[in-house]
Design a protein around this ligand. Structure first.
Ligand SMILES: [Mg+2]
Ligand SMILES: [Zn+2]
Length: 174
């Protein structure tokens, strides 16, 4: 199954974001995340992070600082065999762009680059804008927390979302 991916929102899905993450040491992974990513990778999915980081345009964060945060994130995950294939971020806030979710630009870029079948992909996020971006890209969607109109499924956290995806995959053989 080379053509399927899981698109993950970052804040509130992978790491706790009750406080803004503006420094690498601010990053705190939820405990179920490494195992969930590892299981999805073992099932053959590419794992991508697609994250809105409007703090860059607003001046809370620089590209360099964000890249340092993402290096730490990759390191924490790779020590648990939960490597991320690629991380894309939107640095915009007010400035018009095609990448800030709910726009699907980041997903479409990866779908094109990796020749993915969007119908086999999932977008997992904790905001309605994540589900909207996933639907606009032709993917199935999982919302963490409360349901929203664009979500195919609602789960409490990424570990539960991974279980759903893997169960559906084994039932439908895709
Ligand atoms: Mg989020
Ligand atoms: Zn953007």
């Amino acid at each position: 199954m080379p053509n399927a991916a899981i698109f993950l929102d970052r804040d509130g899905v992978i790491n706790d974001n009750t406080r803004h993450v503006n420094e690498p040491q601010d990053l705190s992974l939820y405990p179920w995340v490494p195992a969930a990513i590892r299981q999805l990778k073992e099932a053959g999915y590419y794992i991508f992070i697609v994250t809105n980081q409007g703090g860059i345009e607003l001046g809370f964060l620089t590209h360099r600082r964000l890249e340092a945060i993402h290096r730490r994130l990759r390191k924490l995950l790779s020590t648990e065999n939960a490597g991320i294939d690629e991380i894309l971020y939107c640095p915009h806030f007010h400035q018009p762009c095609d990448c800030r979710k709910p726009k699907p630009g980041m997903l479409l870029t990866l779908i094109d680059k990796y020749r993915l079948d969007p119908a086999l992909c999932w977008m997992i996020g904790d905001r309605e804008t994540d589900s909207m971006a996933g639907k606009a890209a032709g993917c199935r969607t999982i919302k963490l927390g409360d349901p929203d109109p664009y979500a195919d499924l609602t789960c409490s956290h990424l570990g539960e979302a991974a279980e759903h995806i893997l169960r559906l995959k084994s039932e439908t053989k895709q």
